[in-house]
Write a protein that binds this ligand. Sequence first.
Ligand SMILES: *Cc1c(COP(=O)(O)O)cnc(C)c1O
Length: 425
Amino acid sequence: MGFAPCCMMNQFEQELRSRLAALENQGLYRRVRAVDSPQGTRISVGGRMFLNFSSNDYLGLANEASLKEAAQDAIERYGTGTGASRLICGSLAPFAQLEETLAEFKGAEAALSFSTGYAAALGTICALAGRNDVIVLDRLVHASIVDGARLSGARLRVFPHNDVAALEFILRRADSRRPSGSSTASSSRMLIITESVFSMDGDQAPLREIAEVKDKYGAWLMVDEAHATGLFGMRRSGLAEALGISDRIEVHMGTLGKALGASGGYICGSRVLIDYLINKARSFIFSTAPVPAAAAAAQKGVELAMSEEGEIRCRALWQRVSEAGSGINGKAHQQESARSCSRSDNRLASAILPIMVGDEARAVEAADALRQRGIFIPAIRFPTVARGSARLRLTLSAAHTAEDVQQLISTMQELRLITGPEVMR
Ligand SMILES: *Cc1c(COP(=O)(O)O)cnc(C)c1O
């Protein structure tokens, strides 16, 4: 006997179908593409190979032999599942080892790993701020931060992207509304949250200036280094390290799933912050511990990023960024971005190069055209970015070759997505 859908069921499906049709009409329909190869600069999708410029695997670690061995070894020793949350009996040895390594990496007292970066944001923001507090966000922060801030119940304030003067204005007003003396009492707190490298624009936050104003008003600062981890600083732990301001940031957040080649999220900071999160972060407390293989792979990824091999990869990545940047923007870009890992002086430096298109349907068409020519760069649309600011989000990896970048540039020129060399000044 098959399903005989009753009329309620019909109505339910009809309603969803019409909602999906509305998305389709706006060029906003999304589908999952099954990738049948490991992550890398070449991926196989639907039986066809593509040159991939869409991954966040910035150091080329997602399919690295030493990470795979670490994961396999962890499976042999600890199995596949953890069977319980960290606070019950799921805190297997690889988590403690990972957290010790993360703390060393970030130069922090302590670290806590989460199942994802998304879970780290949600759990941490809600643990730190509540109804009496104010959360101040850069307009372009990631959805995980927006969701965490909303869920916390705190009052939300948003400042225009990277606008420190506007941030200060918000802090001054919020501060003046606090009961006097409250910056030392526990009545009302201000928590500023920003990314160090913005995920869809690839530009950097003015972290030093933000740290100045947050000190001035007694606010707390949380920085999401999802797209800077592995790329900046002597240990490659992020932009805060490169700028020498790590100890001025209360809460350091990142993901283990991008440059570090594994899966999971983390928070680093003082020992008391971590003890507090263990007691208060609901996404940590009420969720089964991740698989030990993920923690072991992530630990290896952190070790590799900190090592000389990490430095070599990082340098190769910046070389590719420089080549792609000059291909897209003209020769002027080349000199300016030809430096190695000390790139904190260039606000535009990251492994993310957005090609702005604007219209959603046109961005999808451009991505289709590139795919027909064997290049994989999906269109990024609302709600990931604002309506009318759709783009191709081009990302580079240390594993790309100069030839890969050359192929990308010439294909984009053919498709008139960027101007050809003959019209460039
Ligand atoms: C990817 C990302 C996250 C979420 O991390 P996951 O580990 O993928 O859940 C958080 N913040 C930013 C800026 C990101 O790009």
